[in-house]
Design a binder for this molecule. Structure first.
Ligand SMILES: Nc1ncnc2c1ncn2[C@@H]1O[C@H](COP(=O)(O)OP(=O)(O)OP(=O)(O)O)[C@@H](O)[C@H]1O
Ligand SMILES: [Mg+2]
Length: 542
């Protein structure tokens, strides 16, 4: 082959090798794989027997061997664990990086420029003719790569050195591209893991109201499947998931401070979330959408309401216990005296009727004191597994006459799948009757009283077992917001003939059953009372 033809063929091979490694630019594979492909290509296409590639360490002081091939397994292993110090180690690798120029040793043992380190490595690796080229990106040296041809092989020509230099330039771009991609992926993964492990719910909308991110905690709080709502419009998602309506409203009327919002979830229960809103900016600092951070406050709110009620009850109970016998004893004295006076009068004496009336009133006071004392003492319960639907059926029979008289439709929706509940039947009957009577009393005209039972799985209640939800709903006058947090207080009543002990008693009984009772506005303007009772551990829903 003529010299000219040889030149031409070498150029062809260079172009082919560059073309081949350029394909790596678009592949999303790990940097190590990229480096291996570059070296294989350099050997195969450019005709070398071994190769190596070094990259600057993050400390910018050391040169790490990142890939080496063809020098024997033992030597290669050693190369990986011993980086070169750019200043302290004088060898061809550090020399190329320091100077930024290509270095070629025709005979790596005999070349006068070879340092003691070079010679030692050459002896071990049996290097023959070697050429090293810097890896440069935008004028910055990021490392170097070298190739070797055995002593007995053809000498490395000037055009081969030129081809290798061009190849190294192209390899630099590919390496930098891959490193950039890896860094991007690492940042993306970091962002993703922050999102995934965040203890707060996180939801983002773009400027048009399209949902762009929903983290697992957000999905848990709102009980949504992220894939169903991602990339959809917030108003569409809100149509199917009532909890998302809050975000739609804030999106339409932006508010910047942290605020608590209540909503009725798809499970029919009241939920509370504390939402912090902040604008999302793009790289240029321009508004790109809205970011919502939120926390589930439902359990916290219920517990704090419950604690408040309990402490009020405890205070009243203490007071009651303290003063009741101080009142009862003299009252009993008065009653005995009255009885004596009454007995001493003629049976038809006009004062006798008045005395009887007064004694009846004393009896009423005594009853109230008895109830007060009840508040102070923990009520004894005899729980046993029972069917709540059956109990509700009994209560409905009891209430049906009263409802008919007041033209109230009594509707029962008892789900047969509700689990058994461990309860004191007598006490629980008292609860349902008290709540239902309140409903009946609140309906001044014809209306309806609905009692619904629903089995809940353990997620709805954050419990280790399922539960039963009993909902008692009326179309009465409702409860105004001003008295909402007082209705469980003992002796709070708005009815002329009420004692105001109904709901506080209910609360005590439900609490003794490890349950919850809470009130919300009914859908048709009336009131809805929810009672949650844990399932009997023998037969819970999962
Ligand atoms: N379903 C309801 N609709 C409207 N208001 C209600 C309802 N349930 C309770 N309330 C309000 O809560 C107050 C307290 O109820 P609670 O049952 O504790 O006492 P009461 O019904 O007034 O008296 P008692 O039950 O001791 O006879 C009632 O007076 C009423 O104002
Ligand atoms: Mg009542």
């Amino acid at each position: 082959m003529s010299e000219q033809n040889k030149e031409l063929e070498a150029k062809n091979r260079t172009i082919a090798s560059i073309f081949r490694i350029s394909g790596l630019l678009t592949q999303q594979i790990r940097l190590d794989e990229i480096l291996r492909s570059i070296l294989i290509s350099a050997e195969k296409e450019l005709g070398f027997s071994a190769s190596c590639l070094f990259l600057m360490n993050d400390d910018q002081e050391h040169l790490d061997c990142r890939m080496v091939r063809g020098f024997g397994e033992e030597n290669e292993k050693r190369a990986y664990i011993k980086p070169f110090h750019l200043e302290r180690h004088d060898c061809i690798e550090t020399g190329v990086v320091r100077s930024g120029s290509v270095i070629h040793f025709e005979d790596s043992l005999g070349d006068p420029r070879a340092t003691s380190i070079d010679r030692r490595i050459t002896e071990k690796l049996k290097r023959g003719s070697i050429v090293y080229a810097p890896l440069t990106v935008k004028g910055k040296i990021i490392g170097c790569m070298g190739v070797n041809r055995p002593r007995e092989g053809a000498r490395i020509s000037a055009s081969e050195i030129e081809a290798f230099t061009i190849f190294a330039n192209q390899a630099s771009i590919i390496i930098e591209n891959s490193r950039f991609h890896e860094q991007l992926m690492a940042e993306r993964n970091l962002n993703k893991s922050i999102l995934e492990s965040s203890p707060s719910g996180l939801l983002t909308l773009d400027k048009k109201g399209i949902i762009t991110a929903v983290n697992p905690e957000a999905a848990r709080i709102l009980r949504v499947e992220p894939n169903w709502i991602l990339s959809g419009r917030i108003e569409e998602a809100a149509r199917n998931h009532r909890g998302l309506k809050i975000f739609e409203d804030i999106f339409r009327n932006p508010a910047s401070q942290t605020k608590e919002y209540d909503y009725i979830g798809n499970d029919g229960l009241q939920h509370s979330v504390e939402v912090t809103v902040s604008p999302l900016k793009d790289n240029g600092g321009y508004e790109a959408g809205t970011l919502f951070f939120f926390k589930d406050q439902t359990e916290k709110k219920r517990i704090s309401e419950q604690i408040q009620r309990m402490s009020k009850l405890a205070a009243v109970g203490q007071l009651a216990a303290g003063i009741s016998h101080e009142i009862r004893n003299p009252m009993m004295g008065i009653a005995a005296t009255m009885e004596l006076i009454s007995d001493s009068l003629e049976p038809d004496h006009p004062q006798r009727r008045l005395l009887m009336k007064s004694m009846e009133e004393i009896g009423r006071i005594d009853n109230i004191i008895g109830e007060l004392l009840n508040l102070a003492q923990p009520r004894e319960m005899n729980p046993e597994p029972a069917d709540i639907n059956q109990l509700i059926g009994d209560v409905a029979d009891f209430l049906s006459g009263l409802c008919r008289k007041k033209q109230i439709d009594l509707l029962l929706h008892c789900n047969p799948r509700v689990p058994l509940v461990s309860m004191d039947r007598k006490a629980m009957r008292e609860v349902i009757i008290n709540v239902a009577l309140n409903s009946i009393q609140s309906m001044k005209k014809a209306g309806s009283l609905k009692i619904v039972t629903t089995p809940l799985d353990r997620r709805s209640y954050n419990r280790d077992r399922g539960s039963v939800q009993i909902t008692i709903e009326d179309t009465g006058e409702g409860i105004s917001p001003e008295i909402r947090d007082k209705i469980f207080d003992p002796f709070f009543t708005t009815r002329a003939d009420g004692t105001g002990l109904g709901l506080s008693n209910c609360h005590r009984i439900i609490e003794a059953h490890d349950g919850e009772i809470f009130i919300e506005d009914g859908p048709a303007g009336g009131t809805r009372v929810h009672i949650l009772l844990p399932a009997d551990s023998g037969k819970g829903t999962s």
